[in-house]
Design a protein around this ligand. Structure first.
Ligand SMILES: Cc1ncc(COP(=O)(O)O)c(C=O)c1O
Length: 358
């Protein structure tokens, strides 16, 4: 039996994609070997690789003056690569602190250049994101780094900040499920292991005009190296690229970015609606307008009830609902491949559980 997996990442992937990968895994299209055994310079792999890059560009509607890169090291490596590359010719990166992930980006950013705090939500997991007018930018600010959706706190920017500097956005947990304002961003990145595929790499969209001042760092850490080699600068994470290409193709079949966005809102609306209808039994720590469409975080009246709820969920085939270990509570991560039935089942459990434990 396939369960509904609400884990925050790695996370659920489309069943069709898993089955297709299983069917192709051992003998790739009659080659007599697996794709993951082949040279990454082979024609077969190059077709998969170029197809995945092209799909990543199409689904995001990324304009021609942006490069699309596949880089190993996950989103975490981008916490370092961004300042290394974008501050190579000086200036500082401003960081809005809306939760654990934006704090980690600041901590790493400080290792590689000047980093300032544009806004600090004070709590580790604040209940909202900043208004644009609250953001403080130093005069040499090169970019504002934001995490558009905090995976742990479940906080999301309802609209992109409007600031006089370019945005750098960590979109990991809502990757490609909201339109990107390409005229206002310089760089967007995210690990693929939530909406787009299995773990193993980040997809980075970077404005090409920024790559003219390569930093003096190891070659793998330079965006221009990846861009100049079509992300085949060294041996790529073949399995992850292959699977991500398949998930992107699946997303396009479903309806592309519009579908991703609409489905995310529908799934989230079902769960927040259930929370709000529970007369206080379930409580969201996030202000209504700032609630994540990808990670629905909520509390029950006591830790004992939370444990009982998680237990009931797991017995029903709803897994991965524990809140992040740093905060506890419940967190439903409802990424691209989570079927609506899974969310309906969770909402149903929430309603019946509240009814019998009130
Ligand atoms: C918003 C956000 N940024 C960064 C990361 C780190 O990603 P990775 O594990 O790919 O380095 C995560 C991981 O969950 C995340 O949710």
């Amino acid at each position: 039996m396939r369960i509904f997996n609400f884990a925050a990442g790695p996370c659920t992937l489309p069943l069709e994609v898993l089955e297709a990968a299983r069917d192709e895994l051992v003998d790739f299209h009659g080659a007599g070997m697996s794709l993951i055994e082949m040279s990454h310079r082979s024609a077969a792999y190059e077709e998969v690789h170029e197809g995945a890059l092209a799909a990543a560009r199409r689904v995001a509607a990324a304009p021609d003056d942006f490069d699309v890169l596949f880089v190993q090291g996950g989103a975490t490596l981008q916490f370092s690569m961004v300042p290394m590359n974008l501050l190579a010719s000086g200036g500082s990166g401003a960081h809005a602190l809306t939760g654990a992930w934006s704090r980690k980006a600041l901590a790493d950013g400080r290792m590689h250049g000047n980093a300032t705090v544009a806004w600090d939500g004070a709590d580790i997991d604040p209940s909202r994101t900043p208004e644009s007018a609250e953001l403080v930018l130093a005069s040499d600010t090169r970019y504002l780094h934001i995490c558009s959706n905090e995976t742990i706190g479940g906080v999301r920017y309802p609209a992109w900040p409007s600031v006089p500097v370019p945005l750098v956005v960590d979109m990991s947990s809502e990757y490609l499920s909201r339109p990107i304002p390409w005229d206002r961003v310089d760089l967007v990145y995210g690990g693929v292991q939530k909406n787009l595929g299995p773990a193993g790499m980040a997809v980075v969209y970077v404005r090409r005009s920024l790559l003219g001042h390569p930093p003096e760092v190891g070659s793998y850490l330079r965006y221009d190296q990846h861009a100049g080699a079509d992300s085949l600068f060294n041996t790529p994470p073949v399995f992850t690229v292959w699977m991500t290409g398949k998930v992107l193709a699946w997303i396009e079949e479903q309806g592309g970015a519009d579908w991703l966005e609409a489905m995310a809102a529908t799934r989230a609306g079902l769960l927040y609606g259930t929370i709000d209808a529970s007369e206080g039994f379930y409580r969201s720590p996030v202000e209504t307008a700032h609630r994540s469409h990808a990670n629905v975080v909520f509390r029950l009246p006591s830790p004992e009830l939370e444990a009982a709820f998680l237990d009931a969920a797991s017995r029903r085939g709803l897994s991965g609902l524990e809140g992040h270990r740093s905060v506890g509570g419940v967190r439903a991560s409802i990424y691209a491949a989570m079927p609506l039935e899974g969310v309906e089942d969770l909402a149903d459990l929430m309603t019946t559980f509240a009814g019998s434990h009130r």
